[in-house]
Design a protein around this ligand. Structure first.
Ligand code: PLP
Length: 358
């Protein structure tokens, strides 16, 4: 299995062959008893993964669709977007495209959102925002935000404001404690920490968010959380889902929750970050605030041209991630997330060290 893992892009990530196999199973009807059984198993494990007793849904859409859904269901007029890189900025673009009044609290690329800055901002605008968005793990820079602390500040300063969290590149790699952190929507597409092919998104939604959605008469049809809730209560979904993904998700959640187990998985991710830093230190500098270094993805500034480095790796059969946005020309990225075995990462880092010379 290890030999097959040569793909270190920060999403989509390497998919284990037995999960790919699940995608080829015969179809079942999505209103059938078999589907309801599949759905029940998925939802039970999702609640463990999100650490929640509230509702969890699976949406046939990439993560961006559910970011839009979160805004459409929870925001009437005003939203505060916290930004520190390309994906956190995506919330801002979506909010503007929906016609909301969107403010931005920007920490700058490579930094984490500052808790005091958020508290100060909210203090002067108490009750002003319908929602605040947080990107748990900024994939473009390899920085993890302290969602627990940020959410606590929001609850303190503005108790009724919805907290919308993008956990696209954190879920499955580090703890996401939906109930304890008192979040309202938390979403993750499955092609990153959950190591499945792209195409669906898992999400936890609070009862407070569902109440909020009731106040919005024009939520659209496809992403209406209330319809998701109604159907989920009967172990179903509003429209025809990507059934092959449901098979693969069911198998993968069983693996994550019962076989590997969450503590072991999180520890493997911590080890992958440490190895990635240690084994590249002689030829590349990890960028982004070291105090908030992500355990799932790293951006590095190498001594040689990052594109040359990636091409050399390609010649050796390895795919690494390119730099993103503002850091496109100066960095390359390693996705050390999902199901990557430690020894596969070590083999890749050995080759990377070799090709970085000269
Ligand atoms: N948010 C983060 C942090 C991401 O890394 C990505 C994709 O890379 C997205 C959102 C967008 O997700 P999707 O491509 O599934 O729409």
């Amino acid at each position: 299995m290890t030999n097959e893992c040569r793909f270190f892009v920060p999403g989509p990530t390497w998919v284990r062959p037995e999960l790919l196999q699940e995608l080829t199973r015969p179809m079942i009807g999505h209103r059938s008893a078999e589907f309801k059984e599949l759905f029940r198993g998925i939802n039970a494990n999702l609640k463990t993964l999100f650490s929640t007793k509230q509702d969890t849904f699976v949406v046939t859409s990439s993560g961006t669709g559910v970011m839009q859904a979160a805004l459409e269901n929870c925001v009437k007029r005003r939203v505060l977007v916290t930004t520190c890189g390309a994906f956190s900025e995506r919330w801002f673009n979506i909010a503007q495209s929906l016609g909301y009044e969107a403010d931005r609290l920007d920490a700058g690329w490579g930094n984490a959102i500052d808790i005091d800055a958020l508290a100060d901002h909210l203090l002067t605008r108490r009750g002003h925002y319908d929602a605040v968005t947080i990107t748990h793990n900024e994939t473009s820079t390899g920085v993890t935000n302290d969602v627990a602390a940020l959410a606590a500040v929001i609850r303190e300063e503005s108790p009724d404001t919805m907290i919308l969290v993008d956990a696209v590149s954190s879920l499955g790699g580090m703890p996401v404690l939906f109930d304890e952190w008192d979040l309202d929507v938390c979403l993750a597409s499955v092609q990153k920490g959950l190591a499945l092919p792209p195409g669906i998104t898992v999400t936890a939604v609070s009862s407070r968010a569902l109440e909020q959605a009731k106040k919005h008469p024009y939520r659209g049809t496809y992403f209406d959380f209330l319809e998701y809730k109604k159907q989920a209560d009967g172990n179903s979904v509003p429209s025809t889902p990507s059934i092959p993904h449901f098979y693969a998700l069911a198998k993968q959640l069983d693996h994550i929750v019962r076989e590997e187990t969450l503590p072991v998985r999180y520890e493997r991710h911590r080890r992958m970050l440490d190895l990635s830093i240690e084994r590249t230190a002689h030829f590349a500098k990890r960028t982004g605030d070291p105090a908030h270094a992500s355990v799932t993805v790293s951006a590095f500034e190498p001594a040689i041209n990052p594109e040359t480095l990636r091409n050399r790796m390609k010649e050796r059969g390895y795919t690494l991630g390119g730099g993103y946005g503002e850091w496109k020309d100066t960095t390359f990225r390693i996705g050390h997330m999902g199901d990557i075995p430690i020894d596969a990462l070590e083999s890749m880092l050995d080759v990377l060290s070799e090709v970085s010379k000269g």
